[in-house]
Ligand binder design. Structure first.
Ligand code: NAP
Length: 300
C-alpha cells in the first residue's frame, strides 16, 4: 500500500513527489513515457524564480534526481483506470495494479493539433510539435512555425539560429507571447511574419514540401515552400481516463482549486491538467507542493 500515487512525471508530478517523500510518505510516480513533461522541450527557461537560466532538459533532470534522492519510486506504466474504494484507491496500469491511500493526478496536457488534412500522416515527416527536439534536422532549410504564444515565439527564435528562413504564421496580428520575444524576433531579417493567416493545406509527396496559407480578410491563398512546420498552438488536457472519477470542466480540465482537491475524497489534481488561468512552470511546481501537502493532511 502506497501513501501517494502520482500519475504523471512532469514538473507538477515530480514536485509532488519531492514534497510527499520529504514528508516521509511512500510515494510512487507512474509515467507513461519519459519523466520531465513539457519543459523537456524548452530550449531555455529564464523565468523560474531563483534560476537565471537553465535548459528545460537540465531543469527536468534536476527535479527527477531530487525526487528520487528523497525516496520516491518511479515506474513507466500508463495509468488506465483508478478505482475508488473510499479508504484506498486502486490504480490500474498497462502492466499492473497498485493500491494507495491517495492519488495525485498530474497528467499535464497534450499538444493541440491544427486539425488540417494530412497532419497525422506527415507527423515526423516535416510536421513536428517540438522545435528543440526536431529543429536540428532542418539546419540551413526554410521552415515555418504556427502559433502566437510563448512556445511559438521561442520556437521561432530557436530555429532562427540555424534555419535559412523561418516563417511565423499566426491567425491574428496580436500575440499572446511576451513582447521581449517579439522584439528579439523583429530584429531578425530571416524571420518572416505571416499574420492573420491560417494553415489551409499541407503539401508534399511522402514528406512536407510546402504549406498553403489562407489570409484574412480576403481568404487569398499563398504557398510557402518549407521543409518543416512546427505546430505550437497550445495544449489541451488528456483527462478522459479520469472522467468517471472526478469532475471535469467544460474544456476537459479537472475541477480543482488552489488546494488541488478534486470532487473525489483523497484524489488531488496538480499542474496543467486542472482548471486554472495561469499554466507556467512555477504554477506547476507550486501545485505539486500544494497537492502533496493536501494528500499528507488527508492521510493524517
Ligand atoms: P498559448 O499561450 O495557449 O498560445 C497558443 C497560441 O496558438 C495562441 O496564439 C493561439 O491563437 C494559437 N492557436 C490556438 N489554437 C489555434 C488553432 N487551432 N489554429 C491556429 N492557431 C491557434 O500556448 P503556448 O504558447 O503553448 O503556451 C502555453 C502556456 O505556457 C502559456 O501560459 C505560456 O505563457 C507558457 N509558456 C511559457 C514559456 C516561458 O515562460 N518561457 C514558454 C512556453 C510556454 P490566439 O492568440 O488567437 O488564441
Amino acid at each position: 500500500m502506497y501513501d501517494i500515487i502520482i500519475a504523471g512525471a512532469g514538473t507538477a508530478g515530480l514536485s509532488a513527489a519531492v514534497y510527499g517523500a520529504r514528508a516521509g510518505k511512500r510515494v510512487l510516480v507512474l509515467e507513461k513515457e519519459v519523466y520531465g513533461g513539457q519543459i523537456m522541450s524548452a530550449s531555455v527557461v529564464e523565468n523560474y524564480p531563483g534560476i537565471r537560466k537553465i535548459s528545460g532538459y537540465e531543469f527536468a533532470q534536476g527535479l527527477y534526481e531530487q525526487a528520487m534522492e528523497q525516496g520516491a519510486e518511479i515506474k513507466y506504466e500508463k495509468v488506465q483506470k483508478i478505482q475508488d474504494s473510499e479508504s484506498y484507491k486502486t490504480v490500474h496500469t498497462s502492466l499492473s495494479a497498485y493500491d494507495s491511500r491517495t492519488v495525485i493526478l498530474a497528467s499535464g496536457a497534450k499538444n493541440r493539433h491544427l486539425q488540417v488534412a494530412r497532419e497525422e500522416e506527415l507527423t515526423g515527416k516535416g510536421i513536428s510539435y517540438c522545435a528543440t527536439c526536431d529543429g536540428a534536422f532542418y539546419r540551413g532549410k526554410d521552415v515555418a512555425v504556427v502559433g502566437g504564444g510563448n512556445t511559438a515565439l521561442e520556437d521561432a527564435l530557436f530555429l532562427s539560429g540555424y534555419c535559412r528562413k523561418v516563417y511565423l504564421i499566426h491567425r491574428r496580428d496580436q500575440f499572446r507571447g511576451e513582447k521581449r520575444l517579439q522584439d528579439s524576433l523583429r530584429e531578425k531579417e530571416h524571420v518572416i511574419w505571416v499574420l492573420e493567416s491560417h494553415v489551409a493545406a499541407l503539401n508534399g509527396t511522402g514528406y512536407l514540401e510546402s504549406v498553403t496559407i489562407e489570409q484574412e480578410p480576403d481568404k487569398g491563398k499563398k504557398e510557402l515552400a518549407v521543409s518543416a512546420l512546427f505546430i505550437a498552438i497550445g495544449q489541451e488536457p488528456d483527462n478522459q481516463p479520469f472522467a468517471s472519477l472526478v469532475e471535469l470542466d467544460a474544456h476537459g480540465y479537472i475541477k480543482a482549486a488552489e488546494d488541488c482537491r478534486t470532487s473525489a475524497e483523497g484524489i488531488f489534481a496538480a499542474g496543467d491538467c486542472r482548471t486554472k488561468t495561469v499554466r507556467q512552470l512555477t504554477t506547476a511546481a507550486a501545485d505539486g507542493a500544494a497537492a502533496a501537502l493536501a494528500a499528507c493532511a488527508y492521510i493524517g
